[in-house]
Design a protein around this ligand. Structure first.
Ligand code: TXA
Ligand code: MG
Length: 349
């Protein structure tokens, strides 16, 4: 357990970081905090260590892992080329919640890239993650440290809950900051392509590099998503979850009706709302994600709230929705996945 993180340079001397770095070099599995979510790390060049990641998570083998680096110079060993727009994005957003998909050089094991020609790389900004990556000196393959399909872990307890027995070490530095995974952008083509919305917003990307396309597979089911991980049901609580579309008074009224109907039908009902509307609902469990007026707070609390629904044992979950811009775009992407696409539209007045 590491107290409030100082800077990465200082943390490299911390005995827990030293120990964890040694374990990574020896091919062990170490879970660690990043600014987005906790990751489950292993040496990306070790066939055996990488295999254990897939086994521990129950992750399908066709879903590639992100490689994490602590120094920019490590990029040269991993990728064949950094196109100019990729370089712009690196300068603007690294270290930070942005993963770049780039042509690889075959230096990480095939399982990491799931046989693709490309590799996803990111440099996280969390001082504990940076210190660990720098101290270990190895490129670290790290998916989110949850069991496949469950909400990603934003606290060390979540990692323990999902993977406790399957891992060798866990660095606990308290709750993560962003609360959603990194944004994944493919920069191998002429126009950068957004594959997964996350901690860096589409608006921020466009401000930095101009045109950015959005993978059509993200928005509808007509195209398969280009990022293999985006095709799975994900982040899902155990109860049947529905998103309720609408705004203002109409939204609140519709959720109240739906909750009442479900309660009368004998279901245990959970509601995901915001501080602004918290007092307006009654159900078996009502959780505020954050403040609607503070989108970052909603992102930060989303996965914890989804886990809370499981703990409360609710079997029917109603969730408020948000206008899909800024970080709310990423929040809505995760909510849609968690709900397996189930949407109810609140009719206008
Ligand atoms: O914030 C994050 O990115 C966290 C922390 C731990 O860094 N990691 C994370 O990893 O979310 P994971 O494995 O849960 O999600 C990785 C996503 C998946 O959707 C995967 O399909 C995609 O990135 N991905 C990885 N490599 C790719 C590639 N070469 N091409 C396209 N998509 C790729
Ligand atoms: Mg994940």
């Amino acid at each position: 357990r590491i107290g409030q993180p100082a800077d990465a340079e200082e943390l490299r001397k911390h005995p827990a970081i030293r120990e964890a770095a040694r374990m990574l070099r020896e091919g062990k599995l170490v879970a660690f905090p990043t600014e987005t979510v906790y990751g489950l790390g292993a040496d990306a060049r070790s066939e055996e260590a990488v295999s254990r990641i897939f086994a521990a998570k129950g992750r399908p083998g066709d879903n590639p892992l992100i490689v994490h680096i602590g120094h920019l110079c490590q990029l040269r060993d991993l990728v064949a080329e950094l196109p100019p727009k990729g370089e712009l994005l690196v300068r603007r957003f690294w270290p930070g919640p942005l993963t770049l998909v780039l042509p690889h050089r075959g230096t990480v094991v095939r399982k990491v890239t799931a046989g693709l020609e490309t590799v996803g790389v990111r440099m996280p900004s969390h001082p504990v993650a940076l210190a660990l990556l720098q101290e270990s000196g190895v490129p670290v393959a790290a998916p989110s440290a949850n069991r496949s399909g469950r909400p990603s872990p934003t606290e060390a307890d979540h990692v323990w809950e999902d993977l406790g027995e399957a891992i060798d070490g866990l660095l606990d530095a308290g709750p993560t900051g962003v609360g959603l995974e990194s944004t994944v952008v493919d920069v191998t083509g002429s126009v950068p392509l957004l594959l997964r919305p996350g901690g860096v917003t589409l608006e921020e990307l466009r401000e930095a590099v101009g045109e950015v396309r959005v993978d059509p597979g993200l928005e509808g089911d007509d195209h398969p998503p280009r990022s293999p991980g985006m095709k799975y049901r994900h982040y899902a609580p155990e109860g049947e979850m529905w998103l309720v579309e609408g705004s203002g008074e109409t939204l609140v009224r519709r959720i109240r009706e739906l909750a009442e109907d479900a309660r009368r039908a004998g279901r245990r009902v959970g509601i995901l709302t915001t501080e602004e509307n918290l007092s307006r609902y009654r159900a078996d469990r009502v959780v505020a994600l954050g403040r609607r007026s503070d989108p970052e707070s909603v992102a930060r609390n989303l996965y914890r709230a989804l886990r809370e629904m499981d703990r409360a044992g609710v079997d029917y979950i109603l969730a408020e929705t948000f206008p899909a811009e800024g970080i709310f775009r990423s929040v809505m992407n995760r909510l849609h996945k968690a709900a397996g696409g189930r949407v109810i539209r609140a009719e206008g007045p």
